[in-house]
Design a binder for this molecule. Structure first.
Ligand code: NDP
Length: 284
């Protein structure tokens, strides 16, 4: 029976550390760290995500500003808003909640955010630095996975990590972070042949595909560390991951649940990146 990796508890501890660091930094900066979250349109899930981010900021002494634009906002309006936040000295982090309404050019907006305030780590400059192994703002979800694995003492160096998914926000940066820590990394995607056979090579398996319960227990190497990034809504409204938890927990050595695994770490890493930006911008 696998060890349960409790992301909720780990994220709570991380938030407490961030709160302490923020209260130390605020008097030295003469202001609290600041995060601006831009929400365009009326996507219900995006609204919940932004609300949770704003709430988490408040809890940790980070000043958050939520800026809402209507779904009809033009590219130019949004770009002007991003420009003004880039120039605002009280703002350390700028995030534009995705997805944007289809008439807006998402990549152009992400490129418009100052790389020094890119706390989501989606700007090409930060993505490039990650690839080159330089210090940068790392995308929050894979960064949270790394922290979670470290806190649970999961060894990375020399082990075979299988990453399912190659998105720019999870799969690719996840693979880079594991490689930087000297794992042997395999990246799988929708054209991978014999997926169960490849997953079975993994001492570490990170699933980020968005397919409910795709990864079965009998796909796993006994004792593998299984990190489930997926968040899928079942027809009955319940949430589940990309891993079939019930069968996987019998074979894995350690496993994250959904919910309560990777999800809570993502927001904590956003706060951590905002704190990092405030320190760097304030010369601390
Ligand atoms: P994307 O849809 O952008 O990417 C999914 C990836 O999975 C693609 O690379 C795709 O391959 C691959 N894939 C899809 N189906 C299969 C399959 N049957 N076999 C193998 N590979 C497959 O998703 P994201 O990376 O944005 O998100 C992945 C999951 O993680 C989602 O459930 C999302 O909700 C969740 N998520 C959770 C977060 C958290 O905080 N916990 C944060 C972000 C995401 P191809 O490239 O070939 O199409």
């Amino acid at each position: 029976m696998a060890i349960l990796i409790d992301g909720k508890a780990a994220a709570e501890r991380l938030r407490a550390e961030i709160r302490a660091a923020t209260s130390d930094l605020t008097p030295r900066l003469g202001r609290p760290p600041g995060l601006a979250a831009v929400l365009v349109g009326d996507n219900a899930a995006s609204r919940v995500y932004v609300r949770n981010k704003v709430r988490a900021c408040e809890e940790c002494g980070i000043l958050s500003r939520k800026i809402e634009l209507p779904a009809s906002a033009s590219q130019q309006e949004l770009e002007q808003l991003v420009d003004s936040l880039n120039e605002d000295n009280a703002v350390d982090g700028v995030l534009v909640q995705l997805p944007l309404p289809p008439h807006l050019n998402e990549q152009a907006i992400l490129r418009r955010i100052s790389p020094a305030k890119d706390v989501d780590g989606f700007h090409p400059l930060n993505a490039g630095k990650l690839l080159l192994g330089e210090d940068c703002f790392e995308p929050c979800t894979p960064a949270g996975v790394m922290v979670l694995m470290d806190r649970y003492g999961i060894e990375i160096k020399g082990r075979h990590a299988v990453v399912l998914g190659r998105s720019n926000i999870v799969g690719k940066p996840m693979a880079m972070m594991l490689l930087r820590r000297s794992a042997t990394v395999t990246i799988c995607h929708s054209a991978t042949n014999n997926l169960p056979g490849v997953v079975r090579l993994g001492d570490i398996v990170v699933a980020a595909v968005g397919r409910a319960r795709l990864v079965q227990g009998d796909w796993l190497k006994p004792g593998a560390a299984v990190i489930d990034v997926g968040i899928n809504r079942l027809p009955d409204g319940a949430l589940c991951g990309d891993v079939d938890f019930d069968s996987a927990k019998e074979i894995a050595g350690a496993i994250t649940p959904v919910p309560g695994g990777v999800g809570p770490m993502t927001i904590a890493m956003l706060l951590s990146n905002t704190l990092k930006s405030a320190r760097l911008r304030g010369g601390q």
